[in-house]
Design a protein around this ligand. Structure first.
Ligand SMILES: C[S@@+](CC[C@H](N)C(=O)[O-])C[C@H]1O[C@@H](n2cnc3c(N)ncnc32)[C@H](O)[C@@H]1O
Length: 332
C-alpha cells in the first residue's frame, strides 16, 4: 500500500478513536464513528467475509469472525467499552506506576477494536496487549491490522487459545483483563466461564473490564415494556440473579439457585424478563436498551406469570450457558 494511503488510514483511525472516546460525542457521532471504524477495518482486512464459522466450545459458543467483526457496529457498546477501558488503564497506571501494563484481551475478534483504538492513545512503554482468540483467522487479521496501522509495538503476543482454560504465563504480572464474549442475560457465549478462569489470574489490585455485569429478573407486560414511555411501563422487580465481577468469579457457588415469589395480588399476568446492566468501569455503565447486550430478554418458556408463583433461576455452566428457570409451585 502506498505510504500516503497508509498515513491517511492511520489518521482516520486516530480520529475515529478520538470520537468514540470522547464522552461529549452524541449518539449520531458515535454511530457514525463506529460505522467508519467497521468500514476502515473491513477495507484493510485480508480475511474473507462470509467464509468463517462459529465454534462450539465446552463453555459456550464462540461466534464467527464475521459476527465478531460486526460487534463494532453496536456503537454504544463499542464507545462505552472503549471509554471504560481507557479509564481502567488510567486507574491501573496509578496502581502500577513505571511499568508497561500487561493487558489480556480475551476474544479479540478479527478487528480487535478495543485494543486497536486504545493503542492510538498510549505508548508501547505504557501498554502491552496480549490478544487472544479461538479463531486463527481472527488473530491473523488482527495482527495484519496492527501492522498496517503501525501499532504492533503495543502488542506483546497474539495467542490462539481457549480463554476459558488459558493460563497466563507467570513471567509478567497480569494487570488488566478485558473481555466481551457475551450476549444479553449472559446467554450462549462463555463470558462467565472466561471470567471465572481469568479474573483469579490477575495480579493483586489487577482490574477486570467489565467491572461488573448484573442480571436481574423483572415482571413486565411486554406490550407496555417495548411500546410505551418509561413512566407507563408495568414493572415488578423480582431481584438480582447474578453480579459477575472479580470477586464473584472466584465464588464456587456463583451458579447457586435463586428463588423469587410473584406478588399475591397482580392486576395483570406479566412475563418475566431478564435485564442486563454492564458496569464497564467506574461510572461508565451500559444501561438497559443501550446495546444489544443490554436489551431485555423475555423468558418465554415460563409463559405468563400468575400471582403467587414461585420461580427458581439457576445459571447453567456448560456448552449452552445461560439462566434456566422453573416454577417451584407449578399451577401454570
Ligand atoms: C462478541 S465477540 C467480540 C469481538 C471484539 N472483542 C469486540 O469487542 O468487538 C467475541 C469474540 O470472542 C471469541 N471467543 C469467544 N469465546 C472464546 C474463548 N473461549 N476463547 C477464545 N476466544 C473466544 C470469539 O471468537 C469472538 O471473536
Amino acid at each position: 500500500m502506498p505510504y500516503e494511503s497508509i498515513a491517511t488510514e492511520q489518521t482516520q483511525l486516530h480520529e475515529i478513536a478520538a470520537q468514540l472516546l470522547n464522552p461529549a460525542s452524541d449518539i449520531a457521532q458515535l454511530s457514525a464513528a463506529a460505522n467508519a471504524f467497521y468500514d476502515l477495518c473491513t477495507v484493510l482486512s485480508t480475511w474473507k467475509v462470509g467464509e468463517s464459522k462459529a465454534t462450539q466450545l465446552p463453555s459456550g459458543k464462540a461466534i464467527s469472525p464475521e459476527d465478531a467483526a460486526r460487534c463494532i457496529q453496536d456503537f454504544m457498546r463499542t464507545a462505552k467499552f472503549l471509554q471504560g477501558l481507557e479509564a481502567a488503564i488510567h486507574d491501573a497506571q496509578q496502581r502500577f506506576p513505571d511499568t508497561p501494563l500487561q493487558i489480556l484481551y480475551a476474544g479479540c475478534g478479527p478487528f480487535a477494536p478495543l485494543a486497536l483504538a486504545i493503542s492510538t492513545r498510549f505508548s508501547p512503554a505504557e501498554i502491552q496487549f496480549t490478544l487472544l482468540d479461538i479463531h486463527p483467522e481472527s488473530l491473523d487479521n488482527a495482527q495484519h491490522l496492527f501492522q498496517t496501522f503501525g501499532l504492533n509495538d503495543r502488542v506483546a503476543d497474539f495467542l490462539l487459545a481457549d480463554a476459558a482454560t488459558f493460563q497466563w504465563p507467570e513471567l509478567h504480572p497480569l494487570h488488566l483483563v478485558v473481555t466481551e464474549t457475551m450476549q444479553c442475560a449472559l446467554d450462549k457465549e462463555p463470558q462467565v466461564a472466561i471470567t471465572q478462569n481469568l479474573a483469579p489470574q490477575l495480579c493483586e489490585g489487577g482490574i477486570l473490564v467489565p467491572e461488573n455485569i448484573r442480571v436481574e429478573a423483572i415482571l413486565c407486560i411486554a406490550a407496555q415494556e417495548f411500546l410505551t414511555e418509561d413512566d407507563q411501563k408495568f414493572r415488578i422487580p423480582l431481584g438480582v440473579l447474578m453480579n459477575l465481577n472479580k470477586t464473584s468469579a472466584s465464588d464456587s457457588e456463583l451458579n447457586r439457585a435463586v428463588v423469587f415469589k410473584a406478588p399475591e395480588q397482580m392486576a395483570e399476568q406479566p412475563h418475566c424478563l431478564l435485564f442486563t446492566t454492564i458496569t464497564v468501569f467506574g461510572d461508565l455503565v451500559l444501561n438497559e436498551y443501550e446495546s444489544g447486550l443490554t436489551y431485555p430478554k423475555t423468558v418465554y418458556e415460563l409463559g405468563r406469570i400468575q400471582a403467587g408463583n414461585v420461580l427458581e433461576f439457576r445459571y447453567q455452566l456448560d456448552g449452552a450457558p445461560g439462566f434456566r428457570c422453573r416454577f417451584l409451585n407449578n399451577e401454570n
